[in-house]
Design a protein around this ligand. Sequence first.
Ligand SMILES: [Zn+2]
Length: 231
Amino acid sequence: MTELICLKDSYLKECEARVIEVNGKELILDRTVFYPRGGGQPTDFGTINEHKIINVSKKDGKVIHETEIESGLKVGDRVTCKIDWERRYKLMRMHTAAHVLAATAYTELNYQITGNQIETDQTRFDFSMEGFDRAKFDDMVQRCNAKLKEDIEIKVYELPREEALKIPGVVKLAAALPPSIAILRIVEIPGIDLQADGGTHVRSLKEVGQIKILKLDNKGSKNKRIYFGLE
Ligand SMILES: [Zn+2]
């Protein structure tokens, strides 16, 4: 098992760790600050000692760091993990923005979210929405940006599955998780959103910045796509 330090403190930029497995270009450590891609959030980049990390994924509780070329590291070696903080911080701001957008779209405007992909500079969301009207997107973004001006602290905590299932809105997602997951990690933006979530987020909403529409696409009679950035 790899301890995912980034889920406890998303602001840690580096950590010391020990190599527990090596398979070619793949390194598995006892602990890591790297975020393995998942839940719509892309992988972190960075270095382990002097070795460049080009992909990070998760399998059976282990985090697999892929080096650009074989590192020559051995089981038991002590290493220093450093993430590309500029990239990660952008992804944290985007991830929190995505929660605000999803909550606003769903709760206030009754748009169903049919897909999304978080990226550093351009995040994509798909909505089930009648018609293709720029004003609807402007209204949605204005509602989000008003919230993003507030200094609201984002809370991350764990809840037993049974407790989480009692919270409206969490039910659908939590119920879909395998019963073997007894404890859920909850990310709460008080008054706005509450999700079972495995990503990294900023501490306060005001760190996110303001959402700016980059592009809108009509992907079909009910599917409308937005690309947004942060400023
Ligand atoms: Zn999320």
